[in-house]
Design a protein around this ligand. Sequence first.
Ligand code: NAD
Length: 425
Amino acid sequence: MTEFTLPDMVRRIFEAEAIPADAQEMLSGPQRSLGVAVPLRRDDGALEVYPGWRVVFDTTLGPGKGGIRFHPGTDAGECAQLAFWMTIKCALMELPFGGAKGGIRVDPKALSPLEVERLARSYVRAVADVIGPDTDIPAPDVNTDARVMGWMADEFSQITRRHQPAAITGKPVCLGGSEGRTAATGQGALIALDAWLKRQDRRPEDTTIAVQGFGNAGAHFAGLAHDAGYRVVAVSDSKAAIHAAGGLDPWRLKTFKDEEKALSGAVYAGQSVKDRNGDEEIGQDALLALDVDVLALAAMQDAVTEDNAGEIRAGLVLEIANGPVTPEADRRLAEDGKVILPDVLANAGGVTVSHLEWVQSRTGDYWDADTVRERMTRRMEDAARRCYEQAEAADSTVREAAYTLAIRRIADAISSRGDRSYFCS
Ligand code: NAD
């Protein structure tokens, strides 16, 4: 099992920023880690029990907030790590949330659509006592989408015998979800990228992009980047990577995947980006090593490690996935002069619109897509500006800048509640 360990960079920030000891203690590990058994009745009548978790890392700034993933590699340590990143991300974005994450160790692609529905509902029954609009608010993550959140929200309402749409975000719009949530993570990543390139006087038309991970976040990012004038020259999913030096049309690829999914009725598209129209297929590793301006990592954590960091040729790495660059690779890329726009900023569009959904679900006042996009854009642009200015002022990486801003905010809140300086002076 992966164990949660506080990154060395965070310890350095504690020291450099003279973060009070109380805050250091509070941020040294998760507040709560709940392990649950998730029973599933298979279509053939057999009962299988999968391990699941819901981890809340910190609630200083508000209720826990974070996604739920269905993945064979998930465990308690991974959930704690992801919950820590959510804590940093929500603080950086100045959202009234702490950080949480959950998951089930399962290969959902081996299940039928009805089995996935029963599994989602079973998970909610297992964690119902610890989630809710004011305590801990789940959302989609890897292999869970709006449909899965709809099942979960429905199950939670049935258990609590109350309509509680604010308990879960990322729901379908007809169940109290927000306009713009599905595209939000990709959209936010593009805003962070645009803001960075503008500071360097660089234009989308002169910028090539390769995208690892053509799922929800990666496909929307690729499509929106294409619309904005960037040249998306390669994309990959778990089955294949494709390349076209003149540029791909990501929306065409996405439509192809979506159509196949609709035709098969599957929860997960069986179809790959390996498409029917003869784009050149390259190796998955070759995509990471392409000579492009921007490498967008939108698949899973640990895509770039010490072993392959030396092969990255892109000058800028955009972390749309959570933790796609290991700390060792992070150091190596920095030594090689590469810029990384870190996950806690680059993929924060998703949680930003989740916050807007939570507000709408609590008030019953639902907004149109333009209103949601404007509010999200404002918050993303502001966070990107603060990160880039802090990085310049401190001559640090953007990741260190983002963590510094977030940790200062959480530490201030912890101190404001009363810390040892009040009692032990
Ligand atoms: P998803 O399941 O929709 O997509 C993941 C994609 O990555 C799939 O296309 C899959 O085939 C591909 N993939 C997996 N392993 C790969 C590999 N080795 N090489 C190439 N492609 C591979 O998930 P998602 O929601 O798009 O999330 C992707 C990442 O973004 C995750 O790290 C997630 O935590 C992060 N994230 C997502 C959101 C969101 O709103 N969806 C928000 C914040 C962060």
